[in-house]
Design a protein around this ligand. Structure first.
Ligand SMILES: [Zn+2]
Length: 108
């Protein structure tokens, strides 16, 4: 049998090179960030939603590119995305309350 090739499970298109196997630490970090990204937006969210088989990481040939790992677990990127989503949420709440008022006016 040929040697098992390791697949990057948190892959971003532009990254390339050797795929590292997960360590316990890297795995925990990816799982943690995956849950956060699922509530945010951007490319990382798509990647987070495509990491289905992560649960068998110890048995299967899954791993990560260094570049992909740092994009996925970068605290600055996460904080920025949180701030961006928060702003978007606030703005849509404003819109809602505005249209609520309008509704009240027209129905009253
Ligand atoms: Zn990758």
């Amino acid at each position: 049998m040929a040697s098992v090739s390791t697949v990057c499970v948190i892959h971003f298109d532009e990254e390339d090179g050797r795929v590292a196997r997960f360590t316990e630490h890297a795995y925990q970090r990816v799982v943690e960030c995956r849950e956060i990204w699922k509530t945010l937006d951007g490319k990382q969210r798509e990647v987070a939603e495509n990491t289905g088989s992560l649960d068998d990481w110890q048995d299967s040939a899954v791993g990560y590119h260094r570049g992909c790992y740092s994009k996925f677990t970068n605290k600055t990127l996460i904080d920025r995305a949180i701030a961006r989503c928060e702003k978007a949420r606030l703005r849509s709440t404003d819109d809602l309350s505005l249209s609520d008022k309008e509704k009240m006016n027209t129905s009253g």
